[in-house]
Design a protein around this ligand. Structure first.
Ligand SMILES: C=C1C[C@]23C[C@@]1(O)CC[C@H]2[C@@]12CC[C@H](O)[C@@](C)(C(=O)O1)[C@H]2[C@@H]3C(=O)O
Ligand SMILES: O=C(O)CCC(=O)C(=O)O
Ligand SMILES: [Fe+2]
Length: 333
């Protein structure tokens, strides 16, 4: 029997907390400052008034639910996640496991239609439309980041993910409800409260996203937590009408550590299935992740050595989910 990784349900480090909410209908100068502040403090924020149509969001959710409700053999028709395709419980190539199934796709039209040809042309078309919409949102946010940082070239970050060779990807995760995975794990005894508590399942273990920016949308089922600077875990209430934005490692490197990539995880303890969709905006493989010149000064010496996205991606795929991969690229001062 495979024993799932568990942590006690009542972790003393978990607390409810407000996270920044960015209203994209505000004027640009206010917006750019708010986005930079949120990205410096948390590396994470929620965006409202994002302009992505409800129709494309609900159609993609429907396609996702239909796909995950298919028999296993049909889902496996999308190929094993190596790394692109259908995956179940195994995450990456280095032994990480989670209580989820997923489909991981390269975010370009040719590759989406190739990998999803066993599913349906509707699935492929809908995912494509969704990816285009959230890519535009990611680019808009990145232009505001550049403005807020007072970088001269306002499209310095967005052009990396607009590039035809961008290595961006898209993933839909499906976390089964607790009732279907509950019976195999015994309760734990909580010393502090002297009672038995339900162990918490790790849906997707702690990590930071390697790319530039992640745009996440989930159904109304919670489980996502972000790690604050003091190491406490902040549960993020789900909001199916809005998007959550994560700063990735590549943006941390490009801004010489000024913006921070956020560590996050998903606990799979809900009675309803959680379905989340993530667009990971990434540069082309040969793009340099050297910090933009304005981010370096005598007070802020260069933190990371020169490396490309291709080198970073290789290091990421050779590491475990929870590893701090960016540390491997620190400058020897
Ligand atoms: C364990 C792993 C899975 C992952 C590649 C890695 O070796 C380390 C980073 C993981 C991650 C996290 C963010 C995204 O979900 C992802 C697709 C990515 O680019 O990096 C996953 C990788 C994966 O699931 O293949
Ligand atoms: O499923 C989620 O809500 C988040 C998953 C995640 O962090 C990831 O796939 O990188
Ligand atoms: Fe993630």
């Amino acid at each position: 029997m495979v024993v799932p990784s568990v942590i006690p349900f009542r972790s003393r480090k978990t607390r409810a907390h407000g996270i920044p909410i960015i209203d994209l209908s505000l004027d640009r100068s206010q917006l750019s400052q708010q986005i930079v502040k949120a990205s410096e403090e948390y590396g994470f924020f929620k965006v409202v008034n994002h302009g992505v149509s409800e129709d494309i969001i609900s159609r993609t959710e429907r396609q996702g639910s239909e796909f995950f409700s298919k028999p296993l053999l049909e889902k496996q028709g999308a190929g094993p996640a190596a790394p692109f395709g259908y995956g179940c419980k195994n995450i990456g190539f280095n032994g990480d496991k989670g209580e989820l199934e997923y489909i991981l796709l390269e975010a370009n039209p040719q590759s989406i239609s190739e990998t999803t040809k066993s599913i349906s042309s509707d699935f492929s078309r809908t995912v494509n439309d969704y990816v285009q919409a959230v890519k535009n949102l990611a680019c808009e946010i990145l232009d505001l980041v550049a403005e807020g940082l007072l970088v001269q070239d306002k499209s310095i970050f967005s052009k990396l993910i607009r590039d035809v060779n961008s290595d961006s990807c898209f993933r839909i995760n499906n976390y089964p409800p607790i009732s279907t995975i509950d019976s195999s794990v015994p309760n734990l005894f909580d010393e502090q409260y002297s009672c038995n508590v339900k162990p918490t399942r790790i849906g997707f273990g702690e990590h930071s996203d390697p790319q530039i920016l992640t745009i996440l949308r989930s159904n109304d089922v919670g489980g996502l937590e972000i790690c604050s600077r003091d190491g406490s875990w902040i549960p993020i209430p789900p909001d199916s009408n809005q998007f959550f934005v994560f700063v990735g490692d590549a943006l941390q490197a490009l801004t010489n550590g000024r913006l921070v990539s956020v560590r996050h995880r998903v606990l799979a303890n809900s009675v309803k299935p959680r379905m989340s969709m993530m667009y990971f905006g990434a540069p082309p493989l040969n793009a340099s992740l050297s910090p933009v010149p304005q981010m370096i000064s005598s007070q802020n010496p260069r933190l990371y050595r020169h490396f490309t996205w291709g080198e970073y991606k290789k290091a990421a795929y050779s590491s475990r989910l929870a590893d701090h991969r960016l540390n491997l690229f620190k400058n020897q001062l």
